[in-house]
Design a protein around this ligand. Structure first.
Ligand code: FEO
Length: 164
């Protein structure tokens, strides 16, 4: 059985993962309208992954005697100044998610909830991948100097190789 505090922080994470999914969906749509079909594919896949993260939390909360709440999500940004700015926003967002996962780990320790502590390690590992993946994209983008985005767009899906 989850304590009220652990249930609340896991429900807060449901909101964060669901928002992440919508954020990447919104970015995918923006990229698609700009003709960046490779980036759009990457971002749509990322949005699906985030939805899977949300569902993982929902399943766990309910399985452990809590009640997963599906909240309203705020509107993600519609426009991006550039591809670079958009992927910088991805990295910044993933760092925030990592911080919130670490807060869950810390609360589990306080509450002596070693079951959830163990369960949430999957997300700890996942966040290493998520940040590494965003960093790798930014490194590649820096190589383009904002030019030749055609090649970048064509090749971006190969950067997902190790995740899927
Ligand atoms: Fe589910 Fe990208 O954090």
């Amino acid at each position: 059985m989850l304590s009220k505090r652990v249930e609340a922080i896991l429900n807060a994470q449901v909101e964060k993962e669901g928002y992440s999914s919508n954020l990447y969906l919104s970015m995918a749509s923006w990229a698609e309208t700009k003709g960046y079909s490779g980036m759009a594919t990457w971002l749509y896949a990322q949005a699906d992954e985030e939805k899977m993260h949300m569902l993982k939390l929902v399943g766990y909360i309910n399985e452990r005697g809590g009640h997963a709440i599906i909240p309203a999500f705020k509107q993600p940004p519609v426009e991006h100044g550039s591809v670079q700015e958009m992927f910088e926003a991805v990295l910044k967002h993933e760092k925030l998610v990592t911080k919130s996962i670490n807060d869950i780990v810390a609360l589990c320790e306080q509450e002596k909830d070693y079951t959830t502590h163990n369960w949430v390690q999957w997300f700890v590992t996942e966040q290493i991948e998520e940040e590494a993946s965003a960093n790798e994209i930014l490194d590649k983008l820096n190589l383009t100097d904002g030019k030749n985005l055609y090649m970048f767009d064509r090749d971006i899906m190969s950067l997902r190789g190790k995740e899927d």
